[in-house]
Design a protein around this ligand. Sequence first.
Ligand code: 73E
Length: 796
Amino acid sequence: MFETKERFKKDFMMRLEQREERESLHAAYSVLSEMVKEWINDDWQANKRVQREEAHKQLYYFSIEFLTGRILGQNLMNLSVHSLVSDGLEEMGFSLAEIEEQELEPGLGNGGLGRLAACFMDSLASLGLPGHGYGIRYKGGLFTQVIKDGYQGETPTHWIDEKEDWGMRQEELAKNIPFYGNVHLEVQDNRLKPVLRNAVWVKAVPYDMPVVGAGGKTVNTLRLWQAESASYPLPEGMEQDFYQQAVSEISDRLYPDDSQQAGKVLRLRQQYFLCSSSLQTILQERDYPLSELPKHVAIQINDTHPALAIPELMRLLMDEQGMVWEEAWEITTHTISYTNHTILQEAMERWDSALLEALLPRIYMIIQEIDRRFREKVLEQDLDEAARKKLSIIEGGAVHMATLAVVGSYKVNGVARLHTDILKMREMKELNDYFPHKFHNITNGIAHRRWLVKANPELTGLISSAIGDEWIREPIKLHGLNPFAGDPSFLQDLQSVKLLKKRQLAEWIRKQHGAVIDPESVFDAHIKRVHGYKRQLMNILHIQLLFNHLHSDRNFRPHPRTFIFGGKAAPSYHFAKQVLKLINAMADKVNNDPLAKNHLRILFIEDYSVSKAERIFPASDVSEQISTASKEASGTGNMKFMMNGAVTIGTYDGANVEIVEQVGEDNAFIFGLSAKQVMQFEKEKNYFTNDTLAHDPELQLLMSQLLNGELSGGEGNVSYIKKQLVDENDPFFVLKDLQPYRKAHERLLSVYEEPSAWLGISAVNIAQSGIFSSDRTIQQYSDHVWNLEELTNHYT
Ligand code: 73E
């Protein structure tokens, strides 16, 4: 039905006419997605067959988040029919863009970690590798952010429209998951066996979504589990209503914290629910001896959230399959590998032992045994007490999930070189000393097909007109663009494309938010979760410095800038919520100030999401990557900006280090404390806010403006901000890095005033961004961790 445009038009119209509400855009969406699903289905079934018959090794990516964004457009693109469909629809009076907007956006992730999982799914299928996702089908995705009077409010997000769902319910593949109960040792088949009695059972029903790779040949599966009532008897004394409520809670909503461990039992239930259902499936579907599992299956756990996969695989191998400990351990530790995404202490998962034991008694027993055996081994080495403590899985009444994850995996990776170095040399030094060959780095990447080809077709066209289109398949070939960084006519075209994308964004903002922004101004964007270490506060304080400067110096009349912010704060993170309010209050003040508004404009984009990101990255000139050095493990927005020709202002943190290594220091604006300096201050505890303020009257003025409400036009409470900056001595070094940040902005703006220099930098950034495609990342995982083979029917 997509072979030719005419065929498509005919088929589409025929189906549309059978719909009741055929006039509506929604009906058009429904028809088009139905056609795409049908089109994919044959290949999907064929792929499943080939993968089985050829006994390819399969990768399973376990993740508590998959932030896919909208799916229809992505599929049309990877099936190579996006323009055919778009043209065909236009001829019939429809706009594909409007139809795509009908899709409710699945917000099944908080930020970078979830989006990374989605990029990986795209790259796996596009490289023709057999890799599938296992996650949870949360009824409510991440909350919808509603800004009222400048404050963040949260409302539930319901993204599932059962009729239009891309996930196909697979009732017959449901699994049952046990919680609570007591473990009894019973004699079965002449041996003692642990048996769980009086457990509460929950049914896990899979919904399978096809993941189409570029070229359309490889179709993998993203399987999301939904919790439902199991048809098992309830434990004595448990009411049916209570049970049903508890069950539906499991896949009811995504936890909205991305860098704070909530420690809630519901989160633990979600984690076990995901691990158990996925592992049961993997073991049941196999047609080879269990001892060969590591030859046929690789399991990657996305941070520690699915780390219960380790004891759960042990449980299934021993209790259900009758294996002895040693063999089960050998298999587990050759099947599972672990990616660490953060070293923030508050995000490190530590589960209270009593809570874990009550919820998952058998799993807790197994963790105790893993811990006991590992302690025994550690005792053989000559280590001091402190080092031994760092090597304990159960310690201080809690289970340390990162330690469990390292001990139970065959490979552990960090997500950018600096982050991995910090892991190996500091955070996990003792573990790295003990397992010197486990740790390695694989720097993150992004799906260039979504973030450049799809989000920015105009730039894609320009690049291809300069160097051909092979780079789309092999993004490293973007290098071919380097010589064009000195080609005036190319640079002029680059400028036109950027201006066009800025106009498109401005127009969309006018329609959606009623705000007016000037496409001739510099678009400077800071879009990510709101967090202390990401330093939205430093950005806003810098704008106040500019505001003060404008008012005190009549010769200071800089090029107009639009500061774009977008991002959500965790609902219980008071500091971040005050920062968010401060941004909005500053926006009111600055945008209405007769003098300032000609030079500065602040725009807060409400309810930041993947689809909004797709509009902002292509339209941005400046990429704000200003985290406190050492805190941002990698960052991936930094790569999306770079690929779209935005220039980085940032610290040497996360993947920024490697971005600057690619483009050279002249093609980025770097400032501030290094990771080493930050860690030194943290170790010595010898940084004091007052040392920074003492000789700087500008900062003193700024602080008094912040504290007396002048900065925010008298709006909002800044108690948490004050507490952090003053009482806690500014742990994220906002004030310490502020003047260096200001100078970096000054350097940046002076280059911006010279279009050929600026555009040259932009071109180099695009040319050097190919290495940050997640195709490269996935190839590294495949070569160094998973050992996958390309499917033979993959399109080349
Ligand atoms: O630096 C980012 C990184 O680019 C990091 O903060 C983020 O992962 C990205 C992808 O590697 C991340 N998210 C979480 N931890 N690290 C997290 C923690 C708890 C819940 C949800 C997400």
